[in-house]
Each structure stands twice: as C-alpha cells, then as structure tokens.
Design a protein around this ligand. Structure first.
Ligand SMILES: Cc1cc2nc3c(=O)[nH]c(=O)nc-3n(C[C@H](O)[C@H](O)[C@H](O)COP(=O)(O)O)c2cc1C
Ligand SMILES: Nc1ncnc2c1ncn2[C@@H]1O[C@H](COP(=O)(O)OP(=O)(O)O)[C@@H](O)[C@H]1O
Length: 318
C-alpha cells in the first residue's frame, strides 16, 4: 500500500503526474467504524470489478479542529497512523492524506473535483450518504455526483444501521464518555483501543501489591469516562488481561491536574517501562472513589482484579 501526503494545490505534484485510474473512497473516517468499513469495502469491490486501483482519501488534521468549531475534535478515536493501518487491512492500494489547512478549507466543491479528483484520475468516487466537502461543507454527495459528470461516477452508500441507530463516530464518542465500551466495540467492530508508552508513575503501585503501568498516550485520543475497567493489554505481541483505572487518585491527591491511565496486568510480572502497549477497553467496572485508608483501596483493587479476571475469561471465550 502506498501512502501519499497531498498539499493543495496538487495539479503539478508527483502524485498527480503519476496517478493511475482509480476508485476513491473519500472521508474523514475517524474510528474506521463499521459504517466507514462498509463505504471502504464498497469502493474496493467496485475497484476490483472495474479493474481500477482501490484508493482512500482522508483529511488531516480533522477539519473541525482546524476550523475551531468543536474542541472535542482535538481528540480522535483513531490517530492518523492507526487509521492508515486499518485502511491497509481493508485492502486499500493507495491512501491519500490531504493536509487540511485553511487554504484547502476554502476550496469550492467544483474546484475540489477539478483540481483534486480529476488530476488524481478518479473514475469512481464512493462516499457515505452524509459526506460533505468543499468550503463551508457546502458540497453534498449529490453535488459530487453532478460535478463529476460525465466521467466520474459517484456511488453513495446508505447509512449503516445497528439496533435502529446509524453507526457514527459521535455515537461511539458518546458511548465511551458514558463508560459503555461494549457499545463502542459493537459500532467499531472491535474493542476501542488506546496506544501509548509506559512511563514512571509515583512508584506506589508495587508497594501496595498492585504495580501499575502508567500509560502516556501516543496521540490525542478520545478518553473514555473515568473509572475502573476490565481491559486487554497488548505488549510484546501478547494479549494480557488487565484491570485499569482512569482517574485522579483521590485517595492520595486533593487535585491531580490531569487524569492518569494505569493498568495492572493480571498474573504478570516483568519490566514494562518504555514499552509501547495497546489497551483495549472491554468492560466498565466502577467509578473511582476516595478511600479512607490504603487498606480499603487495596481490598477494592483486589476485588476489581478478580472481577476483571472473570469478565475477561468470559469475553475471551466468545
Ligand atoms: C484497578 C485499580 C483501581 C483503582 N481505583 C482507585 C480508586 O478508586 N481510588 C483511588 O484513589 N485510586 C485508585 N487507583 C489508583 C491507585 O491509587 C494507584 O494505582 C496507586 O496509587 C499507584 O500509583 P502509581 O502507579 O502512580 O504509583 C486504582 C488503581 C487500579 C489499578
Ligand atoms: N503485573 C504488572 N502490571 C503492571 N506493571 C507491572 C506488573 N509487574 C511489574 N510491573 C512493572 O512495574 C511498574 C509499575 O510499578 P509501580 O510501583 O506502579 O510504579 P510506577 O508508579 O512507576 O508505575 C510497571 O511500569 C512495570 O514495569
């Protein structure tokens, strides 16, 4: 798979000069959830059937981040490199990452088609029913259809529904903020995950019998609701059951400026510092509490670990 960064205008760029006829799925695709997967699969199938290259175009950073419309979009469900990995798994031959800056934000829908899609040899474009593009998001799928004529065929993919709801990144963000990782998993098609590096914490964990790997997220992820979770941790190519806390440790701190994310891996011992790990959120267990004594906290973490162990044993059986 080829990964090509594009900076508008692209007309005389290498990417345009060497472009092959293609089918292009276009979207932001944050999360690469089941709805996105459906759009991308349609595009890849169309490409195969028509003997065209199968490509995906996405935008980075998030338009809402650049245009300052919504603070929450500084965090994503899938940072760019994870998104690109998923595109690879979905069979893309080429991924275009368009640098979404203010200049690109002001390109009209017509110019997007003439100055980006046609130079890239797009013969078929696949978008979701709610796709918007061009300055102020003025372009809709039907606009693309009209502007693409006669030689760019546009395929508009219907909403992907699950239990009566339209699968969307917003729904996934809501589920995570409510501490419902099972819902997020259903919508994503796999558990919600956060990657990061293990850093040093306060060194208290091992003194209370529960060493915890403190995770510094590798990018600005959407962070689930604070509290205790049963999670699966991927480290050194292994998947290890773990119990995780996202919180401010009220038993020890009046006010931590930022919540921390820390995982105690079950039936595990070893040095994890500086390792890159991936946390998959499986189930929410409880809210974080301020305990009157360290012994009460230890007893509670012991019971959290037991609960996580049984939840994860059942999860991994299915
Ligand atoms: C499963 C689990 C549950 C936890 N629950 C709480 C809690 O309810 N209240 C709290 O103050 N700290 C809680 N903690 C955080 C501990 O206070 C923290 O792990 C301990 O202070 C060690 O921190 P350190 O790794 O920075 O040394 C929890 C930690 C784990 C692993
Ligand atoms: N079962 C385990 N789960 C998590 N970390 C473990 C485990 N066993 C050993 N460790 C090691 O212990 C470290 C955490 O110990 P801890 O006393 O909590 O220190 P810190 O406050 O620096 O995180 C981890 O970063 C890891 O290197």
């Amino acid at each position: 798979m080829e990964i090509i960064s594009l900076q508008y205008p692209i007309v005389s760029s290498q990417a345009a000069l060497t472009a092959k006829p293609k089918t292009l799925a276009i979207g932001h695709f944050d999360g690469v959830h089941r709805g996105h997967q459906n759009v991308i699969r349609h595009a890849m199938e169309t490409a195969r059937a028509a003997g065209l290259q199968g490509a995906i175009m996405t935008f980075h950073p998030h338009p809402k981040e650049v245009l300052g419309q919504s603070g929450q979009y500084t965090a994503s469900l899938t940072p760019l490199d994870e998104k690109v990995e998923r595109f690879r798994k979905l069979g893309a031959q080429v991924v275009y990452i368009v640098n979404f800056d203010l200049e690109f934000a002001s390109v009209t829908p017509a110019d997007f088609v003439e100055q980006v899609l046609r130079p890239l040899q797009v013969k078929k474009a696949t978008v979701g029913f709610d796709f918007t593009f061009g300055a102020k998001g003025a372009g809709k799928p039907e606009t693309l259809w009209a502007l693409g004529e006669p030689d760019i065929e546009v395929e508009i993919v219907d909403p992907f529904m699950q239990d009566g709801d339209k699968v969307s990144s917003t729904l996934i963000r809501e589920a995570l903020s409510e501490g419902r990782p099972e819902v997020a998993e259903q919508l994503l098609g796999e558990p919600y995950q956060v990657r990061g590096v293990v850093i040093h914490g306060e060194g208290r964990g091992r003194t209370i019998g529960f060493p915890t790997a403190n995770i510094k997220q590798e990018a600005a992820y959407v962070i689930p609701r604070q509290g205790v979770y049963a999670v699966m941790v991927q480290v050194d190519g292994k998947r290890v059951p773990a119990v995780l806390n996202i919180g401010v440790k009220p038993t020890f701190h009046e006010k931590l400026p930022e919540p921390v994310m820390e995982a105690h891996l079950l039936d595990f011992s070893g040095d994890l510092y500086d390792k890159s790990i991936t946390v998959q959120f499986i189930s929410f267990l409880r809210s974080e509490k301020k305990f009157g004594s360290i012994d009460e906290l230890i007893a509670q973490i012991k019971s959290d670990a037991e609960q996580a162990s049984s939840v994860l044993a059942a999860y991994n059986k299915n």
